[in-house]
Ligand binder design. Structure first.
Ligand SMILES: [Fe+2]
Ligand SMILES: [Fe+2]
Length: 245
């Protein structure tokens, strides 16, 4: 969320001082939250964590509203922004996801495993498809090979997303473990290769070896999100294995 606020602040034009100011306030807010989180560990009492979750929830809900406001300003052409509308929508979806997770944690709610697996994949496959599109559009058009690779990833993840949505409406039960395993395996293959592509892109951008308008921190940000998705896939896979034994 802190980095989103930073990306937003960079995307406004120099005369949009109020919006830049507002975005920068969120950098400070999430920096403080990050520092506070570092003070907590497994020994921290559940009540303290519950309160902290509440506080972070408020901040996440607030930055979500800011992102939606910015998106509205862009879509109604009230402002010109260097951040693409889909990117602003994307980071607002991530804020909504984060806020929802915090709420679920505090309520101690757990979805049935098949539903959790499919819903989480539907969310992250779209995130990965978006990232591929952003990379493809923010690379310099003269980087033809890389733009082409990004476009292939975009197509691949769009297809995986449709598959996940198809599976979602079929509502598989816990007895359909092999089906869910295959679903996770297929997604993992694509996420691993996208993660490696992002890692290479990040290194090339940091070393100033390719032409783009991608900030090095944005390259790192999307890489970490792919890596995070992989961890989620692996965790679900372990749950499925445990179910069968
Ligand atoms: Fe993000
Ligand atoms: Fe993202």
């Amino acid at each position: 969320m802190k980095e989103h606020a930073f990306f937003l602040s960079l995307g406004f034009t120099a005369d949009q001082t109020k919006l830049i100011q507002e975005a920068r306030q969120y950098i400070v807010i999430f920096e403080q939250i990050e520092e506070q989180a570092a003070n907590y560990n497994a020994q921290t009492s559940p009540e303290v964590i519950r309160q902290f979750n509440n506080q972070v929830y408020q901040a996440a809900a607030s930055i979500w509203a800011f992102k939606r406001k910015v998106l509205g300003l862009i879509l109604s052409c009230k402002i010109i922004s260097n951040n693409m509308p889909l990117l602003v929508d994307h980071i607002s979806r991530e804020a909504a996801y984060f806020a929802k997770r915090l709420k679920e944690l505090n309520e101690g709610k757990l979805k049935p495993l098949p539903e959790a697996i499919i819903k989480e994949n539907v969310f992250f496959l779209r995130i990965m498809a978006d990232h591929s599109k952003f990379i493809g559009h923010l690379l310099d058009p003269s980087e033809r090979k890389l733009v082409e690779q990004a476009r292939d990833f975009s197509h691949d993840f769009d297809q995986l997303l449709f598959q996940a949505q198809d599976l979602d409406s079929m509502r598989p039960q816990s007895e359909t473990v092999p089906l869910l395993e295959q679903f996770l395996d297929q997604n993992r293959v694509s996420v691993v290769s996208l993660r490696d592509f992002k890692k290479t892109a990040r290194e090339l951008i940091e070393a100033c070896k390719i032409k783009s308008t991608i900030h090095p921190l944005l390259a790192d940000h999307v890489y970490r999100e792919a890596d995070h998705f992989l961890h989620i896939i692996d965790a679900f896979d372990e749950h499925l294995v445990a179910l069968q034994s």
